[in-house]
Design a protein around this ligand. Structure first.
Ligand SMILES: [Zn+2]
Ligand SMILES: [Zn+2]
Length: 196
């Protein structure tokens, strides 16, 4: 494994523990210190880490979020505990990014972004006038959490990009024809904005 791959492994591990795909350089420094565990030594380990992140960005694996050193882990490969185990096979068997993201979101349970969205946006579909839900055996209403701008298009787990939708409107957001999807994107961004 080269240094870049080792760093990516650390980043994935970090994101798994944090339950979010967004991370900052400072968080990595605080957690991993001098990065000796991945063979980065010398006087300027942080410069090396920045260079490696640059390389990962060139490969579209991470993206820069802002000038304060925030990054997003891109792509939509599974993080641990991101979905119910019985659904993992279904998800890993598709290479279509649109479908994959939809499946991950539909089955996601314990991820940080799922909890965040439910806490802040509630359990009712944000599509105007929709009242489509049902009560699950544990007594809570059924709702799915959706990234309005998809992760594979550079969206992130920030609250501004999250929405809660019923199963029907979730499918619509992913699989309707372009104009409907774009209109929905606008509606959901607005509805989330009103609530945060
Ligand atoms: Zn979705
Ligand atoms: Zn709905």
């Amino acid at each position: 494994m080269n240094q870049r791959e080792s760093l990516l492994k650390l980043v994935i591990q970090f994101c798994q523990e944090k339950g979010s795909r967004t991370f900052t350089l400072q968080e990595l420094y605080d957690k991993f210190g001098d990065f000796r565990s991945i063979g980065v030594g010398g006087n300027t380990p942080h410069a090396t880490v920045r260079r490696l992140l640059q390389e990962l960005r060139d490969e579209n694996i991470v993206s820069f979020r802002d000038s304060k050193g925030a990054y997003s882990l891109r792509g939509i490969d599974l993080l641990e505990n991101e979905v119910e185990t019985e659904s993992i096979e279904l998800i890993t068997n598709t290479s279509n990014p649109v479908k994959k993201e939809y499946l991950i979101e539909s089955f996601a349970r314990n991820q940080g972004w799922v909890k965040l969205a439910r806490e802040k946006l509630g359990f009712l579909c944000l599509y105007p006038k929709c009242e489509n839900t049902f009560i699950k055996p544990d007594g809570t209403p059924y709702i799915e959490v959706h990234h309005i701008i998809p992760l594979y298009q550079g969206g992130e787990d920030g609250l501004w990009n999250l929405s809660v939708v019923c199963a029907h409107h979730h499918r619509m957001a992913h699989f309707a024809e372009d104009q409907i999807r774009l209109r929905m994107e606008k509606i959901l961004l607005r509805e989330t904005q009103c609530r945060i």
